[in-house]
Design a protein around this ligand. Structure first.
Ligand SMILES: Nc1ncnc2c1ncn2[C@@H]1O[C@H](COP(=O)(O)OP(=O)(O)O)[C@@H](O)[C@H]1O
Ligand SMILES: [Mg+2]
Length: 344
């Protein structure tokens, strides 16, 4: 009899679950390794199963953050849907194959990315700012957005659930930051309204170096729970924020991170091509970059590597830029860095 309370981080519970659901095949025993890093799931690597190595994810209702934060575990089913469609939207091998989804227990299994691999965020924080990896990061997003738009009728239907993006991003990032930093509230409120109205293509919602693994031959994107049919500019601003916050936090490599941000944008645009919305994208990407730069120091999900002084400075710089947002992303990069230099 299968316990309703499966805990995939407990090897005995996981093995009993896989056996009872017929997923274990002839494997006599499995090895289970808890994978850290995420806050919203139990994630484990299992080896010894018939199909090789799998990663099993179980969605949590209460996220593992300092500030209380809840989200329905049904979001894991959005990740399953995204793992399937990304086989079409992304170039081959750029996201793991789905093995199974369990809608009753909110568990999914996917192919494990083989070793050797390195986490992109960890590499960047060590100053490994490799131009080819950055270019690939921009290209992959541009490709997904372009192909998502080409298949927009299908994507709109498959990813019509926007509540996870609403609660985990629009509320947790933008609305919450507006409450913490009242001078940004008007800007963020306006941004939320515009984001809701811009339903254009497959939008990942968590396009962060933390969710990218580097293999020698390619980059691999993970963690698709906030995927929805929405505003591609959000993904650009979200990713830009990671590069710019590292430019802020790591002064010796600042110029290289800024160069990386420029390269990311150039490669994104090239891969996105001549979709009809390409021409009007940049002002929105600028606004999401400002919104996310603030959200990652004042929202519910803050960058763990930034100290109180850095958070205060980033808040001050961004709120100064919000009333007159730069016209282009390169102009935003220049202005952000000039403010950082002036504060040194
Ligand atoms: N398919 C996979 N292969 C190898 N490692 C993985 C895989 N999926 C996740 N991981 C590892 O587990 C970590 C957390 O997974 P992720 O999907 O990002 O979960 P969360 O939603 O909790 O952030 C990743 O950063 C990565 O290191
Ligand atoms: Mg993650």
């Amino acid at each position: 009899m299968l316990s309703p309370l499966v805990n995939v981080e407990d090897p005995a519970s996981l093995a009993a679950y896989l056996r009872a659901t017929g997923h274990l095949g002839s494997a006599a025993s499995i090895r289970v390794q808890v994978l850290g890093g995420g806050v919203s799931n139990r994630t484990v690597l299992i080896t010894g199963v018939d199909g090789g190595a799998w990663v099993v994810k179980q969605a949590l209702e209460k996220l593992r953050t300092n500030i209380d934060w809840f989200s329905s575990p049904e979001r894991i089913l959005v990740e399953a849907a995204a793992l399937k469609i990304l086989q079409v939207l992304a170039p081959p091998g750029c996201t793991p194959a789905l093995i199974f989804e369990d809608p009753q227990r909110f568990i999914i299994a996917m192919q494990a990315v083989p070793q050797p691999h390195e986490n992109f965020k960890a590499a960047l924080l060590q100053g490994h700012i490799d131009a080819e990896r950055i270019a690939a990061f921009g290209r992959l997003l541009g490709t997904i957005h372009r192909r998502g738009w080409q298949r927009r009728a299908q994507i709109r239907t498959l990813f019509s659930r926007r509540d996870f993006f609403e609660t985990l991003r629009l509320e947790a990032y933008y609305a919450f930051s507006g409450q913490q930093v009242p001078s940004a509230a008007g800007f963020l409120h306006h941004l939320i309204e515009r984001t809701r109205a811009r339903q254009i293509t497959f939008t990942h919602g968590d396009y962060s170096p933390k969710n990218v693994l580097l293999r020698p031959e390619r980059i691999i994107l993970l963690d698709h729970e906030t995927s929805h049919f929405g505003d591609p500019a959000f993904d650009i601003g979200f990713a830009m924020t990671h590069l710019l916050s590292k430019a802020h936090h790591l002064p010796p490599w600042r110029a290289r991170f800024v160069q990386a941000a420029r390269l990311f944008w150039d490669e994104y645009r090239r891969a996105c091509g001549d979709v009809p919305w390409a021409g009007e994208l940049e002002p929105y990407a600028v606004r999401h970059t400002l919104g996310c730069l603030l959200a990652r120091v004042a929202g519910r999900s803050r960058l763990e590597y930034m100290n109180a002084h850095e958070r205060a400075l980033q808040t001050e710089i961004v709120t100064r830029m919000m009333p007159h947002p730069p016209a282009t992303l390169p102009a935003l990069l220049e202005e952000f860095v000039a403010h950082l230099a002036a504060s040194a």
